[in-house]
Design a protein around this ligand. Structure first.
Ligand code: GDP
Ligand code: MG
Length: 441
């Protein structure tokens, strides 16, 4: 995954004050591979990477994130931006019924989607009706009727025994029926072919002209991969559409089709299908899709949490003191609280790339120990936190009583604190300034 590969790039970048062109190029190469692996079409990858590089080069150095995290953040923001930023809502007709037409290749999931969409709309107080305008396959009408029954919505279909009906005629009549029976939304399920086909495209265009849809949704299988671009272009030119629905997201496709279709047609992705059941359906979430395409949702969560919890000024001050061997227990407490605000340490460490081998140690890690350490420090006066040397026997007794721990635990903490501080001082001496100059100018 990108996360694994970026680990090495991360190593190289970590600790540098700002992004060099070489750093950005190295990271861009990894992102390029990740996008191609996610089946994003090549021209889309190219223009995307160019945009990211541009932004990375002019970006201000973040106080909260290391350079690699910062690049990942930029990549993610660009992805979310292209995928739609805020999700667009359905446009409803001023006078009902609102007509929603579904178009897409055979097997893309139109009929399934019709049921999901109808039920979703019903849940919002609408009274949708499904229209069987796929009269190509013998079973198609029946399939829609089953879907309609399951969703609990009306289905308009050609009368049985009349031979094969004309899909354009059925679609036209469905609008009158919707008005009569007061359905405020009509969802027209059309036929598809296995490949792009002129006859099918013409039929879809004829249905479009007959029902004048308020929304035409292009339904596309997320597993389609690189073919997404040519298919989307064919439907854009043949029928035209106002929105995209991505299906089969429950599969293992990384979802590059989403970025390709969005970038090439400019139309928003509005809904996502992720299963065969009626409830496997949601409005499209650009942020979720972005992390899926990047394949590093955990890393993004970590970045977000780091930004929230990390107070750069505080860290800077602590680092300065550390370098001068002046770390106090108060600093220690603050740092510990900042880290813990990001969530349980087990989760936190588990999210880091390469944490796999640490699983066992993580499982044995006792968070309660940190609670006790915090309790001890909180039981100290400011003067004691500032200069732990003054903590004599009677003070230890008072702190133990106040924080409900044994005196031996306080001894432990104070001793380890002195040891750690001594070690820092030695390191500072050895390396000529520890911590203060690392991440920042
Ligand atoms: P249509 O030809 O475009 O109408 O496609 P269908 O709605 O008939 O779906 C084709 C097949 O894909 C059916 O077996 C559906 O059950 C299945 N399908 C549709 N949407 C999804 C989805 O989101 N996830 C999964 N796993 N299967 C789906
Ligand atoms: Mg169908």
């Amino acid at each position: 995954t990108l996360s694994d590969r970026l680990t090495s790039v991360l190593k190289n970048l970590r600790g540098k004050g700002r992004l060099s062109d070489a750093d950005i190029d190295a990271t861009a190469r990894e992102i390029r591979i990740a996008l191609l692996e996610a089946d994003v079409a090549l021209p889309v990858v190219r223009s995307f990477i160019a945009g990211v590089k541009e932004r990375a080069k002019s970006a201000e150095v973040s106080q909260a994130l290391n350079p690699a995290q910062q690049v990942i953040k930029i990549v993610n923001e660009e992805l979310v931006g292209i995928l739609g930023g805020e999700t667009r809502r359905l446009e409803y007709a001023k006078t009902p019924p609102t007509v929603i037409m579904l178009a897409g290749l055979q097997g893309s999931g139109k009929t399934t989607l019709a049921g999901k969409l109808a039920r979703w709309l019903q849940g919002q107080g609408h009274t949708p009706m499904l229209v069987a305008a796929d009269l190509q396959r013998p079973n198609a009408v029946n399939q829609l009727q089953v879907v309609g029954e399951r969703a609990g919505v009306a289905v308009f279909a050609p009368e049985p025994g009349n031979g094969v009906g004309d899909p354009v005629d059925v679609s036209r009549r469905s609008i009158d029926e919707a008005r009569r029976a007061q359905h405020d939304i009509v969802i027209v399920d059309t036929a598809g072919r296995l490949g792009i086909d002129q006859e099918m495209m013409q039929q879809a265009a004829d249905i479009r002209d007959a029902v004048k849809p308020d929304e035409t949704l292009f339904v596309v299988d997320a597993m389609i991969g690189q073919d997404a671009v040519s298919t989307a272009e064919a439907f854009r030119d043949g029928v035209g559409f106002s929105g995209v629905v991505l299906t089969k997201l429950d599969g293992d496709a990384r979802g590059g089709a989403a970025l390709s279709v969005r970038q090439v047609t400019g139309q928003p992705i509005m809904f996502a299908s992720n299963g065969e059941k009626l409830e496997d359906f949601d409005v499209f979430h650009p942020d979720r899709m972005a992390s899926r395409i990047l394949g590093m949702g955990d890393m993004l969560t970590l970045i977000e949490q780091a930004e929230q919890a990390f107070d750069a000024e505080q860290a800077e001050a602590a680092a300065q003191k550390l370098g001068a061997g002046q770390l106090t227990l108060e600093d220690f407490l603050e740092q510990m609280q900042a880290v813990r605000r990001m969530g349980p340490l087990q989760n936190l460490l588990g999210m880091l790339p390469g944490a796999g081998q640490m699983k066992d140690q993580l499982a044995n890690f006792d968070e309660k120990h940190l609670d006790r350490v915090q309790a001890i420090i909180r039981g100290m006066t400011p003067a004691e936190r500032e200069d732990p040397k003054i903590i004599n026997a009677s003070r230890r007794q008072r702190i133990a009583r106040g924080s409900g721990v044994a005196i031996s635990e306080i001894n432990d903490l104070v001793n380890r604190f002195f040891e750690a501080r001594k070690m820092m001082q030695q390191m500072a001496g050895q390396f000529g300034g520890f911590g203060g100059g690392g991440n920042r100018k």
